[in-house]
Design a protein around this ligand. Structure first.
Ligand code: PMP
Length: 395
């Protein structure tokens, strides 16, 4: 009944959604309405950084529910959860990333950061990477590096141009006409591609030379997933604008972007209201995000992600796995073909292990579990993957 209504009334995004009917979720497990318990190696596509219903997050939400919900549009009233969240972020970030604007989604944060870059520089050109994914609003879609998915919706935002990630030869495309270069610090949809050979440092240098802003999208690697609070900390650089989302909210919807006071001040004047939102900074969501950031930064969860990565790499040695890409708990198994990758995902689903695809790398199997996953749960899931790979090999 619920399934029929799902297909009838709720708009679909693909012809074949997984259609798992959820009863409840706790820790690293999701329970369906048939009474099955599924081990979650995806964490809501990196959103449930602390697993499902983390007690500290649930407590923070409940406390806030008893005080106030939405009271005013973003930025007018002083609301403790949003103030404390943005203050803690500033304390954890490099000095130049001083002030944070809280919005509703990763894509909105991307749009606003592109607007800010144009406003700061007075230029219009934006460079984005081949195979980049930054979200699905018109602005974010305009900097998606996958033309096939964009053209049916055009014309998009003008003066956005692609270049190759990790290609030093393309750096001279950054000129004094360029408002911003936008990159995922570690490319997600493209296949968990790491910047190599000092690439990000060179991009940073070129941006400095041309007074172009560097926007780093940390919607996926942010909040501890790769063994640092933010991915850019691996590369000894600081972006001009840092974009966040997903795992920031501990399971509630959020996006944010952080920059210097000097740059952000341009959103409030001449014209004033340069970016406005009703629900950005929502007190319940900000409480959840604050509890999440506190938990991630007050425990050893971040350093544990690197030990957990090693356990995954040790347990997932198999002739069908060509490569394991990524870092920390942002991992992708690269298979020989897209067919094998899909088989693994679907057969593991039948064995109650949740895996998922990557947007633009069909040979990849995504593994992005909650940061709180235990060694025993990692072993349980890897045993299922190995059994499925053995079955496929034996056929
Ligand atoms: N940037 C990246 C790197 C993402 O992975 C995503 C979401 N998958 C977004 C931006 C957009 O975030 P949202 O879906 O919250 O709009």
């Amino acid at each position: 009944m619920m399934k029929e209504d799902f297909f009838k009334y709720q708009t679909q995004t693909t012809p074949h959604p997984l259609a798992l009917e959820i009863s409840h979720a706790e820790g690293s497990y999701i329970y369906d309405t048939n009474g099955n318990k599924h081990l979650d190696f995806i964490a809501g596509v990196s959103a449930c950084s602390l697993g499902h219903r983390h007690p500290r997050v649930v407590k923070a939400i409940k406390n806030q529910l008893d005080k106030y919900l939405h009271v005013m549009v973003y930025g007018e009233y002083i609301q403790q959860p949003a103030v404390e969240l943005t203050k803690l972020l500033a304390n954890k970030l490099p000095d130049t990333l001083e002030t944070t604007y809280l919005v509703n989604s990763g894509a909105e944060a991307i749009d606003a950061s592109l607007k800010l870059a144009r406003r700061v520089t007075g230029r219009s050109e934006i460079l984005y990477a081949h195979n980049a994914y930054h979200g699905n609003t018109f602005g974010a879609l305009s900097v998606m590096g996958y033309e096939e998915r964009k053209t049916p919706f055009g014309p998009l935002v003008p003066d956005c141009h692609p270049f190759q990630f990790n290609n030093l030869g393309d750096l001279d495309k950054i000129t004094t006409n360029t408002a911003a270069v936008i990159l995922e610090t570690i490319q997600g949809g493209a296949g968990f591609i790491f910047p190599k050979n000092g690439y990000l440092k060179k991009v940073r240098e070129r941006c400095n030379e041309t007074e172009t802003l560097l926007i780093l999208d940390e919607v996926q690697p942010g909040f501890g997933r790769t063994g640092k609070l933010f991915g850019f900390e691996h590369f000894d650089i600081v972006p001009d604008i840092l974009v966040m989302g997903k795992g920031m909210g501990g399971g509630l919807p959020i996006g944010a972007f952080t920059a210097s006071q000097e740059h952000m001040a341009l959103l409030k004047d001449n014209p004033k209201l340069g970016h406005i939102t009703t629900f950005g900074g929502n007190p319940v969501i900000a409480s959840a995000a604050l509890a999440t950031l506190q938990e991630i930064t007050e425990t050893d969860l971040i350093s544990q992600t690197l030990q957990k990565e090693q356990l995954f790499r040790k347990l997932l040695k198999h002739s069908l796995i060509k490569e394991i890409r990524g870092k920390g708990l942002m991992l992708a198994l690269i298979m020989d073909s897209s067919e094998i990758a899909s088989e693994v995902i679907l057969r593991c689903k039948d064995k109650n292990l949740i895996l998922f695809w990557l947007l633009f790398e069909p040979k990849a199997v995504r593994i992005t579990p909650p940061l709180t996953i235990s060694d025993a749960e990692i072993k349980e899931g890897c045993d299922i993957i190995t059994a499925v790979l053995n079955d496929i090999n034996a056929e």
